[in-house]
Design a protein around this ligand. Structure first.
Ligand code: FAD
Length: 301
């Protein structure tokens, strides 16, 4: 039996804040769109998100569920919990192959597939990630107010200590034997020995070293390497920024006509990296949807 082929105006890949907002924006103007979500969100392990106006402290899963409930009011929007396995250009638009072997064609594509964080290889860090270990003081710092906070890695120490200094009672920098950058201005305790492992202890984290005594901190902050969650930017040959995120213009347009991007996976070349937050991702999703709508409207004339 040949696979079913369906057609839509806009295919949105991604059901995080960027893709959900893109779908809402298109639903508001009765534009046909299908959103695909394979359930792998960057903040999957996070119990409470912060710095999100009117949702400070809301669970990300609740945020996404509410967004989906509200999308159900718009008849032109479909949400499908299925992975997209391939995307190619076809007939002036795009052809998406899905994990259930069905095929969807679309005039315009919005990529909102997000990024994944590559953590330094430190035993125990994975288990703490999104809970007692994080990368963003705006998202998680306040929860550890007045307590001792660790910073893992020398390179990020100046930036993270400047942000966390006013929040923590004391900072502990774990350099992993690397030199601190010249920008380092001190003001924190420093341990140079390699970290052997991190483990939950007494409501915080016990840090074990290859030599010397253990340390106790409430939380650990670390800078991560960002990788595209999906292969589609590479598959479609989209131009990238040095960060590895897709290069977009002020309207969310990628280098390939008809492909719009939003959220953590893309940013303007003027920024060194994505302005990665729920609000910024949603705003970028709205911009991408507006760009897609403008293209479809001008094609109709
Ligand atoms: C530990 C941690 C804590 C954070 N805390 C906060 C916070 O408190 N406040 C805040 O504002 N921000 C926070 N962030 C940042 C926030 O999570 C991101 O900025 C935001 O989720 C980006 O949204 P997005 O839509 O771009 O991507 P995501 O939310 O990652 O969504 C990506 C979507 O793409 C889908 N997808 C990917 N590939 C495919 C495929 N092949 N087929 C179908 N679907 C696919 C995924 O299933 C998912 O639906 C945190 C991040 C981390 C890592």
């Amino acid at each position: 039996m040949s696979p079913t082929t369906l057609h839509t105006d806009v295919a949105i890949i991604g059901g995080g804040p960027a893709g959900l907002q893109a779908a809402l924006t298109l639903g508001r103007i009765h534009r046909d769109a299908v959103l695909f979500d394979n359930g792998t969100y960057r903040n999957a392990g996070v119990a409470h998100m912060h710095n999100v106006l009117t949702h400070d402290g809301t669970a990300p899963s609740e945020f996404r569920a509410t967004a989906r409930d509200q999308l159900a009011a718009y008849d032109t929007i479909s949400v499908r919990d299925v992975a997209v396995t391939d995307v190619v250009q076809a007939d002036g638009g795009f052809r998406l192959v899905l994990a259930d072997d069905s095929v969807l064609t679309a005039e315009v594509l919005i990529l909102a597939t997000g990024v994944r964080d590559e953590l330094p290889a430190v035993d125990g860090l994975d288990d703490l990630w999104g809970d007692l270990a994080a990368h963003c003081p705006f998202c998680h710092g306040h929860e550890f107010s007045g307590r001792r906070i660790g910073i893992l890695g020398a390179a990020a120490a100046p930036h993270l200590s400047a942000l966390l200094g006013p929040i923590a009672s004391e900072l502990l920098v774990l350099t992993q034997g690397e030199d601190l950058p010249e920008a380092w201005s001190g003001g924190a305790m420093v341990r140079d020995e390699k970290v052997l492992g991190l483990e939950r202890h007494d409501g915080g984290i016990r840090v074990r070293f290859t030599e010397g005594s253990d340390e106790q901190v409430a939380a650990i902050f670390v800078s991560t390497a960002l990788r595209q969650s999906a292969p589609f930017a590479e598959r479609l040959g989209l131009e990238l920024n040095p960060s590895g995120c897709v290069r977009i213009d002020e309207l969310g347009r990628s280098s390939l006509p008809g492909v719009y991007c939003g959220g953590d996976m893309a940013h303007l070349p003027a920024h060194p990296m994505p302005m990665a937050s729920v609000i910024m991702a949603a705003a970028a999703g709205q911009l991408a949807a507006s760009g897609a709508q403008m293209q479809l409207m001008s094609a109709a004339h």
